[in-house]
Design a protein around this ligand. Structure first.
Ligand code: DSN
Length: 442
């Protein structure tokens, strides 16, 4: 019998139910994906036991010779994937990576200009309830309300805001924005006001690595990402520098000696914000970056965009309001106000039919973040599973049936059965994939 099942049946049962949920339902959360069995396997290894504070070859602990190999593989592959001069693969998450960037370049009270959370930004880009808004003076730009640019970021507005705010750092990147960014123009704006340009490409890293969206690396002073969204690696973070010249702050993090941007960021990651890096996760990052360097990864990312566009078009055909009128990337944002539903209601109704989405603020929303007027839908996870545009159009039809009859338990139950049948034809994890045969068998 499996050790986990025998020793801790309660945890075993929860894990097994979650594997079943992933196998049996339609996953449309834009920030989620399904890692490969090889990535899963790397995460579940005794590398979790190893302390390795410091960097490969310069550790504060003995016995690091083999985890050094794993971290070097991760760093080298990430550099190759993104054409980066420097990379640090140790941040435990995107938020940790972002925390290190603030620590490297900002003093408490310095001004940040970031994309408003309610317009698709991220908590760590200055939200008043996050360290970034609590410790720094955060100002925001947003998407346009009306006209040809409705739902899109207008660079003239960003320039006006930058000139008015005179920020120390400008952040670019989003959690719920379906259009691309002009990083060259954004760097010009940053240079005009003497600001550091930080790009958080967490959502779109896989699309950027494969050349399907604009590349921030040549333009930004620093780039952060998570490794688990479109990049399809283990849950974690990473920081990259395209051209590792002297730090834009001109002096070193705390030491006063000139450093490159990368050296300054290395100090900010450790000892700045983390202690021991998670070496099992770093090994899994290396595996995922190896996968992303394969030609099949580009074909996958092309399909991600094709599927997101098919989904957005199918919603528009059914009379839904898609923010900005479509998508250039892996997600779309649906404004449900014209359908008389809140995001919270839609998330719950679709959940009952085993279609997982998240409620999301839409630009100029009048509902609270706990209710919202929209839902955010992403294609990466179900594309990994093999869905193409036909399946995505079919899923939109299923969602529309549920949302059009919010009072009908029968509709939700019928759709739930159709979801299950569709998922069965696109299998996800087999017992041997999850490395725990007893979990699937039990
Ligand atoms: N929570 C992530 C997302 O869903 O976009 C961002 O951190």
């Amino acid at each position: 019998m499996h050790a986990l099942q025998q020793q801790d049946p309660e945890v075993f049962a929860a894990i097994r139910r979650e594997i079943d949920r992933q196998n049996d339902g339609i996953e449309l959360i834009a920030s989620e994906n399904f890692v490969s069995p090889a990535v899963l396997q790397a995460m579940g290894t005794p590398l979790t036991n190893k302390y390795a504070e410091g960097l490969p070859g310069k550790r504060y602990y003995g016995g690091c010779q083999f985890v050094d190999q794993a971290e070097d593989l991760a760093r080298d592959r990430a550099k190759q994937l993104f054409g980066a001069d420097w990379v640090n693969v140790q941040p435990h998450s995107g938020a940790t990576a972002n925390h290190a960037i603030y620590l490297a370049f900002m003093q408490p009270g310095d001004r940040l200009l970031g994309l408003d959370l309610a317009h698709g930004g991220h908590l760590t880009h200055g939200s008043p309830v996050n360290f970034s808004g609590l410790l720094y003076e955060a100002h925001f730009y947003g998407v346009e309300k009306d006209g040809a640019m409705a739902g899109r970021i207008d660079l003239d507005t960003v320039r006006e805001r930058a000139q008015a705010v005179q920020p120390r750092m400008i952040s670019v990147g989003a959690s719920a924005y379906s259009r691309d960014f002009d990083y060259r123009a954004l760097r010009r704006i940053a240079d005009e006001v003497g600001a550091i340009l930080w790009v958080d490409m967490a959502h779109t890293a896989g699309l950027i690595a494969t050349g399907l969206l604009n590349d921030p690396l040549p333009h930004a002073h620093v780039v952060s990402t998570t490794t688990h969204k479109t990049l399809r690696g283990p849950r974690g973070g990473m920081i990259l520098v395209g051209n590792d010249v002297e730090s834009p702050t001109g002096a070193a993090f705390r030491s006063g000696k000139p450093k490159t941007t990368g050296q300054q960021l290395d100090s900010a990651v450790f000892p700045g914000v983390i202690g021991g890096p998670l070496m099992h996760i770093i090994a899994a990052k290396a595996v995922a970056f190896g996968e992303a360097l394969q030609p099949s990864f580009k074909a996958y990312q092309e399909r991600v965009i094709e599927n997101a566009q098919a989904m957005a078009e199918a919603f528009i055909e059914r009379g839904y309001d898609v923010v900005s009128g479509g998508t250039d990337n892996h997600l779309c944002l649906i404004d449900l106000r014209s359908k008389g539903l809140t995001g919270k209601q839609a998330e719950a109704l679709l959940g009952e039919a085993e279609i997982t989405v998240n409620k999301n603020m839409v630009p100029y929303d009048t509902e609270s973040p706990f209710v919202t007027s929209g839902i955010r839908l992403g294609s990466p996870a179900m594309t990994t599973r093999g869905f193409g545009p036909d399946e995505f159009r079919e899923v939109v039809g299923l969602m529309d049936r549920v949302l059009a009859k919010p009072d009908s338990d029968v509709t939700r139950e019928t759709v739930r059965r159709e979801v299950f049948a569709l998922c069965e034809t696109f299998p996800l994890y087999q017992p041997e994939d999850v490395g725990l045969d007893a979990l699937a068998a039990g």
